[in-house]
Design a protein around this ligand. Sequence first.
Ligand code: B1M
Length: 207
Amino acid sequence: MADFKGIAETLIEGNADKVKELVQAAVDENIEPKKILDQGLIAGMEVVGVRFKNCEIYVPEVLVSARAMHAGMDILEPLLAKSGVKAKGTFVIGTVKGDLHDIGKNLVGMMLKGAGWKVVDLGVDIDADKFVETAIAEEADVVGLSALLTTTMVNMKSVIELAQAKDCKAKFVVGGAPLTKSYADEIGADGYAPDAATAVEIVQSLV
Ligand code: B1M
């Protein structure tokens, strides 16, 4: 009997070795990889997201759980690809031009990955051309722009303007400490999220 609850619980605890062991045991029992992903890993990551949002846990705990998620995904990814299971969508993310902060951006990417999305992480200091080119090439459903500086958040506007000029179909979600909902509206973003857990909700609501 596959231990979905155990996978979720050990992921929440951040025990990567145990997650790996339990996921492998479920695979050996011929349990569908998609079921292991949904009922084990994603179920656990959802709890992590809620606890993080409620400030019951903090960044280090989320990063440790994300590492455990990766350990499980390393086993499942090739099997999911083989069985043709589709990701929920494609999410391109990066920190805007001039900005080197990546911890929040990484959290958002990990959470989306945990929610079953294909995540293309461009990294930091990304210019408008790169965001838009990648969104078009990857047929992204949603693009996430992160900024931590008041001096760089203004660069989000040029990304969204270029996307409109190039008729890019992706939706744009923005976030980062200096951002506000009203600023996001002003620059024409489709969504704003104050934290990584809300980012997952907003991104999923857009497709
Ligand atoms: Co920088 N830094 N920093 N820094 N740094 C801040 C942001 C600052 C507020 C510190 C301060 O003065 N109190 C300040 C910005 C002031 C401002 O513009 N308002 C600042 C400054 C000034 C600078 C430099 C200019 C300092 C200098 O060199 N004089 C310089 C700029 C470099 C550059 O980017 N060009 C600089 C450099 C650095 C380090 C390299 C040393 C390091 C970054 C390391 C790294 O990221 N790998 C660093 C750090 C660590 C910080 C602080 C201390 C922490 C940032 C962080 O990682 N927080 C920060 C002060 C602070 O915030 N307390 C500060 C944890 C992270 C989980 O939170 O990134 O906010 P955060 O992400 C949250 C949400 O914002 C949201 O979700 C996340 C989690 O829920 N979110 C999104 C983020 N992106 C999102 C995207 C979304 C949705 C939600 O959708 C797409």
